[in-house]
Design a protein around this ligand. Structure first.
Ligand code: AR6
Length: 204
């Protein structure tokens, strides 16, 4: 189910105004991917749930993950005693095909400034990636955190998501991750990632 970045990313970013942001790197490009579909079907090491600070389940992707995982997931979540906005916690996957679920609480857009929302959203991605590394998860797939009922504009959210992943891969522990993918569900997110992926992961 994981697509290879090479098959997915446009070969070039053409106009000068759309210049790539990061340096081309085959090693980074090989490890990033874009998916469209149901995140609960992915047999990867970790999937990232767009949860809330209560960690008690909810609608959207959170509801889908809890339904597919079964009631044991809610039990483990209860014991975690919540999660701060911009942070994340990890559980087992139970009946899901993935090994672990990383639950992150994204920012509710418009609650605070744009800058604060971006900082919190970046925190979701960095904390989740760090948790994956700390728990020996080599493949991780993100849902489009905050872009549903939390109202974060998809274009801006994808910029934070892809930019933060790029930064983590470039960092000290980046080489511990073999695959990082973004799981989109609706067209606006597909469009947003198709815009930002070739800029942060330009073709070599
Ligand atoms: N697989 C992948 N993505 C999905 C799926 C699925 N099965 N279902 C929905 N999406 P949202 P948020 C996409 O609203 O904005 C919950 O009630 C969806 O199209 O699920 O962070 C929580 O409990 C969208 O792009 O999360 C929180 O209270 C993305 O998942 C609150 O919503 C995220 O949309 C969190 O809001």
């Amino acid at each position: 189910l994981l697509y290879h970045s090479k098959k997915l990313l446009p070969a070039t970013v053409d106009s000068a105004s759309e210049a790539p942001i990061s340096k081309p790197s085959e090693s980074f490009n090989d490890r990033v991917g874009l998916i469209r579909g149901d995140i609960t079907k992915l047999g990867v090491d970790a999937i990232v749930n767009a949860a809330n600070t209560q960690l008690r389940g909810g609608g959207g992707v959170d509801g889908a993950i809890h339904r597919a995982a079964g009631p044991e997931l809610l039990n483990e979540c209860r014991a975690l005693r919540g999660c701060e906005t911009g942070s994340a916690k990890i559980t087992n996957g139970y009946r899901l095909p993935c090994k672990k679920v990383i639950h992150t609480a994204g920012p509710i857009y418009n609650l605070h400034s744009k800058e604060e929302s971006a900082r919190d959203l970046a925190g979701c991605y960095t904390t989740s990636l760090q948790l994956a590394v700390d728990n020996d998860c080599k493949s991780i797939v993100f849902s489009c955190v905050s872009t549903g009922v939390y109202g974060y504009p998809s274009h801006d959210a994808a910029s934070v998501a892809v930019g933060t992943v790029r930064k983590f891969l470039e960092g000290e522990q980046g080489d511990k991750l073999e695959k990082v993918a973004f799981c989109t569900f609706v067209q606006k997110d597909v469009d947003a990632y198709n815009y930002w992926l070739p800029r942060f992961f330009p073709a070599v």
